[in-house]
Design a binder for this molecule. Structure first.
Ligand code: SF4
Length: 383
């Protein structure tokens, strides 16, 4: 099968591992943050850390769209369905994430709210067409990858004159999150050290590799856009190590079979037509970040659930003891959380990182890293 099997070949992985061992200087540590949850899962699913020398370490980043959504936004989605009686359409991963008072979308549905799991915004549009007397709201979440389908749905609803469809827009922007992580050492004592980034794969297919250039220049950290297969990740790690050894801090693109410098211009134009920058947005784990999310433009205000409904801002906090915020900043590993595998399991998740298919806690649990006995924190690793 093209583009899968050849990126999982054992002999090539062993060769790459040898190349990394040779390239990594023994007198320094290489802390490489994989931004995407998809990378985290590839790394653990294929045992990539076991092929790395001790001084090459992966730091898990905030690139899981479900994980970074703060509890308050989940509460607002529940309110749309419960208090305003709308049909709320959500992607599956969001359904089980606990909100305030541990009320998830799934729990609200069990309590009688009309919340439906959809696989696409097109399904939500269809539900709106089939239920003309009900408000139908798409709980739109995700990074730049899932934003174009939301923009398309809004344009279609506008063209169809569909009055009962709207989107609760929670789309967030990757470069702003990377910048927030890199700014953190100046403002937070407990920020984690990062030497380079494995750049997002799917996101970069939309925005291209260009948007990271300014970050590499300003913060002097290399970025290598990496595919999601194990050999992609390993080759990207080697490219980062080589840049760091040479004192270079540029954007390189390992995922050339998908990502171009300019990205998908058509998708970018579509999003720009329907959405604009929000002044600021709260992220779970990263706090409030300026210019880090999108909102629906005035031209399409009729399709903006935040304008259509009078929503109550929620101040609910993360569940006590849940380390999701620290994990999303790369400050802790899932095994550092006291609740991991005891109170919190995939069957009974306490936080978003255990629920989401891209969450770091779910990756540790699914691929048995919790059995390795390591409780070393990222800070200890970096020492
Ligand atoms: S193990 Fe559970 S409680 Fe702990 S950080 Fe992960 S999701 Fe939160």
């Amino acid at each position: 099968m093209k583009y899968v099997d050849e990126f999982r070949q054992r002999d090539l992985a062993l060769k790459l591992a040898e190349g990394i061992r040779t390239a990594a200087k023994p007198d320094r540590i290489y802390r490489l943050m994989e931004f995407c949850g998809g990378h985290t899962h590839a790394i653990f699913r294929y045992g990539v850390p076991d092929l790395m020398p001790d001084n090459v370490r992966f730091v898990h980043g905030p690139g899981c769209p479900v994980c970074v959504l703060p509890i308050g936004r989940i509460d607002m989605a529940v309110e749309i369905a419960q208090r305003h009686g709308a049909i709320l359409c959500s992607y599956g991963d969001m359904m089980r994430v606990p909100g305030g008072n541990r009320i998830s979308l799934q729990r609200a549905r069990a309590d009688g709210a009309d919340i439906r799991m959809v696989h696409s915004t097109q399904e939500a549009l269809k539900i709106a067409q089939e239920n003309p007397t009900r408000d139908v709201v798409m709980f739109a979440i995700g990074f730049e990858t899932t934003t174009p389908p939301t923009a398309v749905a809004i344009k279609q609803a506008d063209a169809m004159g569909l009055k009962n469809f709207s989107a609760f827009c929670n789309h967030v922007l990757t470069p702003a999150a990377i910048q927030a992580i890199l700014d953190a050492p100046d403002i937070e004592q407990d920020a984690v050290a990062i030497d380079g980034f494995l750049g997002p794969a799917h996101v970069s297919s939309v925005i291209g590799s260009q948007p990271y250039v300014a970050l590499t220049e300003k913060y002097r950290r290399p970025v290598v856009i990496a595919g999601f297969e194990p050999l992609d990740v390993m080759q990207s790690a080697l490219m980062l190590i080589e840049q760091l050894n040479a004192g270079r801090f540029t954007v390189e693109n390992q995922y050339t079979r998908v990502v171009t410098p300019e990205g998908n211009r058509k998708a970018q134009a579509l999003v720009a037509e329907v959405m604009e920058m929000r002044g600021e947005f709260e992220w779970r784990g990263l706090g409030v970040i300026p210019n880090s999310a999108l909102k629906i433009r005035e031209r399409y205000a009729a399709f903006d659930a935040e304008r259509r409904f009078d929503l109550t801002p929620s101040t609910a906090q993360d569940i006590k003891g849940c380390a999701c915020p620290e994990i999303l900043r790369g400050r802790k590993r899932p095994t550092d959380c006291k609740l991991f595998g005891t109170v919190c399991t995939p069957e009974n998740p306490m936080g978003s990182c255990m629920v989401s298919s891209e969450g770091a806690c779910a990756a540790y649990w699914s691929y048995g890293r919790h059995r390795s006995g390591s409780s070393q924190t990222t800070q200890e690793s970096a020492a």
